[in-house]
Each structure stands twice: as C-alpha cells, then as structure tokens.
Design a protein around this ligand. Structure first.
Ligand code: ADP
Length: 387
C-alpha cells in the first residue's frame, strides 16, 4: 500500500461520520433452540476500530451479519448514525463487508470486481468510476493487477482487491469477517498492519471479527469479547488484558493462558491467606483483603499470568518439570497445581528437576469467584456488563 499523496487524496472523500449502536441484539435459530447472539449492546464511535473476538461459535459472524443486514435480528435494534436501520435492507445500509474467502467474482477482472459494487450503488459516469477504481487500486498497491482475474492472484493480493472493493464504495462502516484467516502467518502480520493504517488514515468506523486473540490484541482501539452469544467485556486491549472482569476473559486473552488454581480462603483477625493446604500459599495485601471483604466464599480461583510469575530466591518452593525455549523467553513448567507456567527471560535456564522459588507482585494477582467466574479484586465488578 502507498503512503503519501494518493492516501491523503482519498482522506476527505472517504471519511464520513458513522456511529454504530447495537441495542439488546438477539438472534435465535432453529425455532429458538439455538441462541447465537444473546442481548448484545455495544456502541461504536465514529472512526473507532472495534475488534469482536471470541471462540468459534460464540456469535461473532452472526452479530456482524446482522449489522450488515444479511441476517434479521430476533429482537433488539441496530442504529447507524442514530438512525434505526434494523429493518433496512443490506443494500441500503451503506456498509461494506470484507470476508475471509474474499468473495470475488472469479470471471470478472480485478477492475470489474472493484467497479461492480460501485456501479450498483451509485450512478457515476463510466469515466469517474474508472478513475475511482484506479485511485483505490493505486492506494492498495494493486494497480498492476487490474486486468487480472482472481484465479491469477495470491491470497494476499485477493484480500487487497477485496479491501479495495470495499474502500472504493466509500461506505459509512467497514465490517471485516475474519479477513486474514486464509493467509499464511507472515502475510497475516503484514495485512494486519495495512488494515490498521488504512483504517486510521481514512478515519473509518470499523468492526473487525476474529477468533484469534493474538490478532485481536494487536488490532483495534477496543475489544468486544463474546462468549456463548453474550458480551463479556469491552475495552482497550491493554485494559482488558490487565483487568479482566471475569475468568473467561482472563483465560481467553493472553498466551500462554493465565495460570489458574483453586485456593482456600483462610481469614484471621489480621490477615487473609490463600492456600491449597500444601505448598502454595499467598497472603493478601491489606488492600486486597479489603477488596475481598464482602466475598463470603470459602474458595477463590487464583490467577497469575505466566510473565508475572517471579522466579527468584524467595517464595513458594517448587521444581521445574519442563523448560521450553521460545526465542527471547523460556517457559518453565512448574510442579504446581494445574499447568503452571512461568515465562522468564531466556538467560534464566534452570535444569529440569531443579528447585526454584516463585513470588507474585500484588498488582498482578487476579482472584475470581469459582462459582460465577466474576473477578473479585477488579475495581468495577461485573454486576452488569460495562460498555
Ligand atoms: P462465530 O462467528 O463466533 O464462529 P456464529 O455467529 O457463526 O459464530 O454462530 C453462532 C452460533 O449460531 C453457533 O452455535 C452456530 O452453530 C449457530 N448458527 C449460526 N448460523 C446458523 C444458522 N443459519 N442456523 C442455525 N444455527 C446457526
């Protein structure tokens, strides 16, 4: 993709104000036996890039398809720029969708593919239409491919054409449905950056769906995490990572996953200690003890991310079961309950079977209610999903 002139040439033409509001969106299938999307409310600001992420089958595509107008919600409301579009047809919604499988017409050339949607949605003269297609193709770095057919293109080129076809229409909202899943890892990384730059430069409102939490963490202003059709948490990637509101989010975001283990809450008049009755003990700070004051359960699920496990001279004694080098870091699989991993600098290379000690920084510790999965320490408890 080009930087410079072509891009700026485009900016004031493409950029349009667009907000998207989902209000109690619900979609049932099979006579109500399947609830694909369950009461999802979300506001996407003008020019915002929101990444909807969650495991396969959690309702991401259905949500996106409802925004596009390709599925009718069972109940709830979709507004674009404050206008209720729930009953408006896909064609009249002024949204463009980019799909995983590119959805290009195989018998049309790149130029014809890019012009097709534009021809359908506008009454531009042939000259103007060609000019716009050329401008967009130049911006996307695919001008030399304009006379090729999709079959002659690589996966990355096809996805650029699909993006160009969406951009040329100057829609209010861009919807991306796992657009990079068919590309190899290296190209995926490049295309992520391209899409982000494009979105920022053109200042477009974008909703991007992916099942890949790593991709989600690197893209977008805000994550919207779905599970089982329900919105779990929204927020900037770092905020969600650092302050997951429930165990699902804690576990889903981050790789390797957060270490989780069940501990008994032992309260006395001075302190609160968490223990597994064996070697694993953690004394809460006064601040932590105050926060869990209203928690009445006997057990908590203790969570610590692998990179927050401090391996040193002090703390809980354990042994290293396996050491796994991953480039700049080593993963130490420790002999603690669950699959307990410490992510340490590659300089730290204990032998297998070696005794080490671990501690945890108070601000890195997460505690969840094992029954509800809700975070106990989090500043804002998940009594209602914060949007
Ligand atoms: P995701 O995009 O997160 O993988 P989907 O939105 O495709 O999830 O699907 C959510 C749930 O709805 C899944 O259980 C799926 O099987 C179901 N579903 C999706 N589309 C249909 C359909 N047309 N008919 C019946 N069930 C569907």
């Amino acid at each position: 993709m080009r930087n410079g002139q072509e891009l700026y040439f485009f900016v004031d033409r493409v950029c349009q104000m667009a907000t998207v509001t989902l209000d109690g969106l619900r979609k049932e299938y099979d006579k109500g036996t399947v609830t694909a999307v369950d009461d999802v409310s979300l506001q996407v600001a003008d020019g915002e890039f929101v990444t909807v992420v969650g495991p396969s089958g959690c309702g991401k595509s259905t949500t996106l398809r409802m925004i596009a107008g390709l599925e009718q919600p069972t109940s709830g409301r979709i507004s674009i720029n404050g206008d209720d579009v729930t009953a408006v047809s896909a064609r009249q919604r002024d949204v463009a969708m980019v799909f995983q499988n590119y959805a290009l017409y195989p018998h049309k050339t790149v130029k014809q593919n890019m012009a097709f949607g534009l021809r359908m949605s506008t009454d531009l003269s042939r000259n103007k239409l060609e000019k716009k297609v050329h401008e967009t193709a130049t911006m996307m770095g695919i001008e030399s491919l304009l006379d090729d057919r999709p079959g002659e293109l690589s996966g990355g080129q096809k996805q650029r054409v699909a993006l160009g076809r969406a951009i040329v229409r100057e829609p209010d909202v861009f919807l991306f449905d796992e657009p990079l899943s068919n590309l190899d890892a290296k190209l995926r990384t490049t295309m992520r950056t391209e899409i982000q730059r494009l979105q920022e430069t053109l200042d477009i409102t974008a909703i991007y769906v992916t099942h890949d939490q790593e991709e989600a963490m690197t893209m977008g202003d805000r994550l919207a995490i779905l599970n089982d059709g329900k919105l779990q948490q929204t927020g900037p990637p770092t905020a969600v990572y650092e302050d997951p509101k429930n165990e699902f989010v804690a576990n889903f975001v981050g790789s390797p996953s957060m270490n989780l283990l069940d501990l008994r809450v032992e309260r006395d008049s001075h302190s609160v200690t968490l223990s597994n009755g064996n070697r694993f003990e953690y004394s809460l700070t006064d601040e932590q003890a105050r926060r869990i004051d209203s928690y009445t359960g006997d057990m908590v699920r203790f969570g610590i991310r692998p990179e927050n496990v401090i391996v040193g001279e002090q703390g809980i004694e354990t042994t290293v079961d396996v050491i796994e080098p991953v480039g700049s870091d080593n993963y130490l699989y420790l002999d603690l309950p669950g699959e307990f991993i410490a992510r340490v600098d590659s300089d730290l290379e204990p032998d297998r079977g070696e005794t080490v000690r671990v501690t945890f920084g108070a601000s890195d510790v997460h505690l969840f209610d094992p029954e509800s999965g809700k975070s106990i320490l989090s500043e804002s408890h998940l009594s209602t999903v914060a949007l």
